[in-house]
Design a protein around this ligand. Structure first.
Ligand code: NAP
Length: 248
């Protein structure tokens, strides 16, 4: 088992969960952050430890600065941090911009933008060689929505994800000679619970059928990109955005 710890935000379900299981198989010790679903997070930890890996569950809302810092401090107990996946994200029920409340938009930006920027900041503070860290890799989970705009669905979410593409660009340059690679993945329609929280549980399947590959993606197909970007195999890749969207 390797000695490097990987923190994944929102790793109790969906893409984060798949990335946790795959990264553990690659030798990472995995800190599994979640917001509410303690049982799901415990199941991910159990699945990893059953296979001889090391993992721990850490509750905390990424949009709450003190909770997030506590999550990073907890993760350090697993071993020295080597990578962070900025994955936690939410959508709100599908609507046109004219129908969105301010409160809804604030929460969407709070979790997806503020929470992700805070997570990336905490990662950079701990990994940058300029600040005495060991170097490492950060992968930000954006979305194809950043390119498509998600009209009539959630333009707030799409804009939030576009901010993450810009974060990857800027932070990868800031950390370019500080031992930290920063990359993004932009999933297309992936079969996870997130569509139910947008009010359309079958959305991945109905819209996935219109993607060039005529199907939605699986969380494992996104996880494979994440784990590759984290690995030494991607040692000269930084500032990149990898579309995992079936050609959409
Ligand atoms: P999901 O199945 O709904 O899972 C979301 C995960 O994030 C859960 O582990 C959840 O924890 C956690 N989470 C939610 N809010 C959080 C918060 N405030 N603080 C910490 N953790 C939080 O979602 P998913 O589909 O796997 O999405 C993962 C990422 O991929 C998101 O950034 C999403 O925008 C992006 N993405 C997804 C798709 C897609 O089609 N599925 C497409 C493009 C991009 P709990 O279990 O405790 O609620």
């Amino acid at each position: 088992m390797g000695d490097k710890t990987l923190l994944i935000t929102g790793a109790s379900r969906g893409i984060g969960r798949a990335a946790a299981l795959m990264a553990a198989k690659e030798g990472w010790r995995v800190a599994v952050n979640y917001a509410r679903d303690e049982a799901a997070a415990a199941e991910v930890v159990a699945a990893i430890t059953r296979e001889g890996g090391a993992a721990m569950a850490l509750k905390g809302d990424v949009a709450d600065e003190s909770e997030l810092v506590a999550v990073f401090e907890g993760a350090a107990k697993l071993g020295p941090l080597g990578g962070v996946v900025v994955n936690a994200g939410i959508v709100a029920p599908t609507a046109r911009l004219t129908e969105m409340s301010g409160e809804r938009m604030k929460r969407v930006f709070d979790v997806n933008v503020f929470g992700s920027y805070l997570t990336a900041r905490e990662a950079a503070r701990r990994l940058s060689t300029r600040l005495g860290g060991p170097g490492g890799s950060i992968v930000v989970v954006s979305s194809a929505a950043a390119r498509l705009g998600s009209p009539n669905l959630y333009v707030d979410y799409a804009g939030a994800k576009a901010a993450l593409d810009t974060l990857v660009k800027g932070l990868s340059i800031e950390l370019g000679d500080e031992g930290v690679r920063v990359n993004g993945v932009r999933p297309g329609l992936i079969d996870t619970d997130i569509h139910a929280s947008g009010g359309e549980p079958t959305r991945a399947f109905t819209l996935g059928a219109s993607a060039p590959m005529r199907r939605p993606g699986r969380p494992e197909e996104v996880a494979a990109g994440i784990v590759w970007l984290l690995s030494e195999a991607a040692s000269y890749v930084t500032g990149a955005l990898l579309d995992v969207s079936g050609g959409r």
